[in-house]
Ligand binder design. Structure first.
Ligand SMILES: *Cc1c(COP(=O)(O)O)cnc(C)c1O
Length: 367
């Protein structure tokens, strides 16, 4: 591979394919449809590959819905926590399904979108999440309609419901119990609808996950209630597919050895900072320990502390693993740092830089 200027995100299509084939297997067994959650991953350069295995996209905003319609095609699900009045004409024209987050939103826009395939997000008041920040059933949560009565009252206006109540759930037993609970709590409603989306947050593409059991369970659920099941994988579609490649630009010593790389957690892997998680590197073993820090002026801009086989030197490459989900979608221009380019290792193993950024992009981001 030619030497590329760091930093860059490196998406490996063969790794992506591995996830996509697992998604296809779940679809085959369960009859469920899978739409990509663009808020997790929207790097459209690899959509031509993803499109062959997935049924479309789901969105959190007008712009994501537009991107789905324009760059992915197939089914466009438009969801938003709250649509603005001026967005609805465009949403209506590009989407196959519109999913409202509340009854007041449904009522507000119903005269305009009547006749389209409509859904309501329902908050089942239970969830699986390791983080309060992302817990879809947290106290006072704005996400989804709560209580079955208000959903029942809206039934004549909608074709389906969306539940999103999982976050990084890799526990099949827990998935199974919660799905049973959903059936018990909302079964009478589901019987009257065409479709139900179970949202995202299931880590079913992970190595060792009981994929077939998962798919069979979905099939039984779908048949029992007579509904088309949708899944909205974000992370599960792109997990373990992407490296973030940086280079050491300085090494300073302050009790410990700190290697500063040509990137920043805050600018290029922001989610780690928000959730206070260390970055992952492929192999962390050996006698030499370094704290790896970003080069922004934020003191706590730290990727983590790792062990290396050899002493690090300026110019050495440091690769962080699992840098696709909630990473590229959140990159920003903090500190005016050079924006990582986007590189794809294609199915045929050739490498192709699909995007690079310049000073002008930084400048034009504000005015
Ligand atoms: C975030 C989100 C998803 C995707 O979740 P992952 O954890 O990335 O699979 C799907 N649907 C909705 C409504 C979401 O908010």
């Amino acid at each position: 591979m030619m030497k590329l200027k760091t930093p860059y995100y490196l998406i490996d299509e063969n790794k992506l394919l591995k996830n996509l084939k697992r998604i296809r297997r779940v679809k085959e067994i369960s009859g469920a449809k899978c739409v990509l959650a663009l808020k997790c991953f929207a790097t459209w350069g690899v959509f031509p590959l993803m499109r062959k295995y997935m049924d479309g996209t789901t969105s959190s905003s007008l712009f994501e819905a537009k991107l789905g319609a324009e760059k992915f095609g197939k089914e466009v699900h438009a969801y938003s926590v709250a649509f603005s009045d001026h967005e609805m004409d465009e949403i209506k024209s590009i989407s196959d399904k519109i999913i409202f987050n509340s009854v007041p939103q449904l009522e507000r826009f119903y005269p305009k979108v009547k006749g389209k395939n409509l859904g309501l997000r329902v908050n089942p008041a239970f969830s699986y999440s390791h983080f309060d920040l992302a817990d879809p059933a947290r106290k006072y949560c704005k996400l989804g309609v709560r209580g079955t009565n208000s959903v029942r009252d809206a039934l004549h206006k909608i074709n389906g419901v969306m539940f999103h109540y999982n976050c990084e759930n890799d526990d099949y037993g827990n998935f199974s119990n919660l799905l049973d609970r959903l059936g018990r709590d909302f079964g009478d409603i589901l019987h009257k609808l065409e479709w139900v989306s179970l949202g995202g947050g299931f880590y079913f593409t992970k190595d060792g996950y009981p994929l077939e059991k998962f798919a069979h369970k979905l099939r039984v659920f779908s048949q029992k209630f007579g509904v088309q099941v949708y899944l909205e994988p974000g992370e599960a579609a792109i997990t373990q597919t992407t490296y973030f490649v940086t280079r050491v630009v300085d090494i300073v010593k302050n009790e410990v050895n700190v290697a500063v790389v040509d990137s920043s957690v805050e600018a290029h892997m922001l989610d780690l900072l928000i959730y206070r998680q260390p970055a992952k590197i492929d192999r962390s073993a050996g006698p030499h320990t370094y704290m790896i820090a970003g080069k922004s002026c934020l003191a706590g801009d730290i990727f983590g502390t790792f062990k290396f086989r050899k002493k690090l030197a300026v110019g050495d490459e440091i690769r962080f693993a699992d840098a696709a989900g909630y990473t590229m979608v959140k990159k920003n221009w903090f500190n005016g740092l050079a924006m990582p380019s986007i590189v794809v290792k294609k199915i045929d193993k050739t490498t192709c830089k699909i995007k690079s950024f310049s000073y002008n992009d930084f400048k034009s981001n504000l005015s």
